[in-house]
Design a protein around this ligand. Structure first.
Ligand code: FES
Length: 121
């Protein structure tokens, strides 16, 4: 098995930051219209910094791994920095090309996070 695939499976099997935040600053649920899977992202923000980010829901290996990586990458960073992050960062971290139906899976958590961050502007 190649290294990138192992990396995805590791995050899928042991997702980081999975769960809910009791009183999040913002929360959003998004659904992948292609498959019906959905992810909820809760975010806790203090003074413009993402203090905590949790996600929960159902999804395939790519969507869960992508959510797990997004959570790891986003905690401790400025909201503006995370909001402006290019989607290429996700493809790079996943190590696969994200196009077609895969793109919807890979970008599901990011869509939820972006929608949550818009609520706190
Ligand atoms: Fe449902 Fe990927 S197949 S999120």
């Amino acid at each position: 098995m190649d290294l990138y695939r192992e990396h995805i499976l590791d995050h899928y099997r042991r997702p980081r930051n999975r769960g809910r935040i009791a009183n999040p600053t913002a929360s959003t649920t998004v659904q992948n219209p292609v498959c019906g899977d959905s992810l909820t992202v809760d975010v806790d923000i203090e003074k413009g910094i993402i203090k905590d980010l949790r996600f929960n829901g159902t999804g395939c290996a790519i969507s869960i791994a992508s959510a797990s990586m997004l959570a790891e990458r986003s905690v401790g960073r400025r909201v503006s920095e995370v909001r402006d992050e290019e989607t290429t960062a996700i493809a790079e971290e996943l190590g696969i090309e994200i196009s077609g139906t895969r793109a919807k899976c890979a970008l599901l958590a990011r869509s939820a996070l972006q929608a949550a961050l818009e609520k706190v502007q």
